[in-house]
Design a protein around this ligand. Structure first.
Ligand code: HEC
Length: 155
């Protein structure tokens, strides 16, 4: 796999199966009461997700998802890409929730990347809580672009 974009495109392609439709009960529109204003998640999800993120993801993606290195787009000496920031500075916001769930569940290893599949260690609910936390790190302008692109706007 020659570039991060190719890798992510591959992840994206694999993730775009029609079986994704409606397979999760926590799609933004169906979330219960008290979501954070204009956001898809509840504060409780964010708090739970932060703890899980710190335990399983921080080691690679850095404190508050800041990433591990300054330049996440340049391959390391082994030719692999470093873990990108997840805090809105990179392009995580180009993916919708089903794709992000799939990336976390299946990782990037089998596509030539280095992220391990986390699906064995985490439940779907835990992964959704992590996604609540990750998307809570995004500044409003990034979040709004993501939300309008994928129809996740809320009043
Ligand atoms: C061993 C290091 C490592 C761990 C642990 C890890 N990741 Fe990753 N992650 C990566 C790398 C490296 C990439 C880039 C793709 C690749 O090489 O597989 C990545 C890619 C991603 C992406 C895609 C980012 C984008 O901009 O498209 C997401 C989302 C992600 N990781 C979330 C997580 C979450 C959530 C956890 C914890 C449950 C986690 N990762 C644990 C190394 C890691």
């Amino acid at each position: 796999m020659k570039c991060l974009t190719c890798l992510l495109a591959a992840i994206l392609l694999i993730s775009c199966g029609p079986q994704e439709e409606g397979s999760h009960t926590t799609d933004p529109g169906q979330l219960s009461l008290e979501t954070v204003r204009h956001r898809w998640y509840t504060q409780k999800q964010v708090d739970l997700g932060q703890a899980i993120f710190n335990e399983h993801c921080l080691v690679c993606h850095g404190d508050s998802g800041k990433g591990a290195v300054q330049d996440w787009q340049t391959p390391l000496s082994n030719g692999k890409y470093p873990p990108p920031p997840l805090n809105g500075n990179a392009h995580t916001w180009h993916h919708d929730l089903p794709v992000l769930r799939r990336v976390i569940t299946e990782g990037g290893l089998r596509l030539g990347g280095t992220m391990p599949a986390m699906g064995g260690a985490l439940t779907e609910t835990e992964i959704d809580n992590i996604l609540a936390y990750i998307t809570s790190l995004w500044p409003d302008d990034v979040y709004q672009r993501w939300a309008s692109r994928f129809g996740y706007e809320k009043n």
